[in-house]
Design a protein. Structure first.
Length: 105
């Protein structure tokens, strides 16, 4: 909802050019950041992925599943993102939202 003062509702303004169309900008890690992640995972004692967030495509979920398989990572899906990894996937460890299992701590 947009509320404007009454004195703005009666005056005419010059035509404004149309705003440019919104284009989504997707973040992506640099090669150095990927290498750092690889290093951290290689030395991690008990890695655990919490997957969630918006913008997942079908291709991204497939890529993510392959990533989890290759690194043998247990994956917990964040609240309201339980479909980030198929719940029947061998690496699926449950959801990590409200009432998280104390064993994950």
């Amino acid at each position: 909802m947009l509320a404007l003062p009454e004195d703005m509702l009666t005056e005419a303004v010059a035509a404004m050019p149309a705003a440019t169309r919104y284009q989504r900008v997707a973040a992506s890690p640099s090669g150095a950041q990927i290498e750092k992640l690889r290093e951290l995972l290689a030395h991690a004692k008990k890695p655990f992925v919490i997957a969630g967030g918006s913008g997942w495509t079908e291709e991204a979920t497939r890529d993510f599943a392959r990533f989890a398989e290759r690194w043998q990572l247990p994956v917990g899906c964040a609240f309201r993102y339980q479909d980030t990894l198929n719940n029947e996937h061998p690496n699926y460890a449950g959801d990590v939202g409200l009432g998280i299992n104390p064993a994950f701590a």
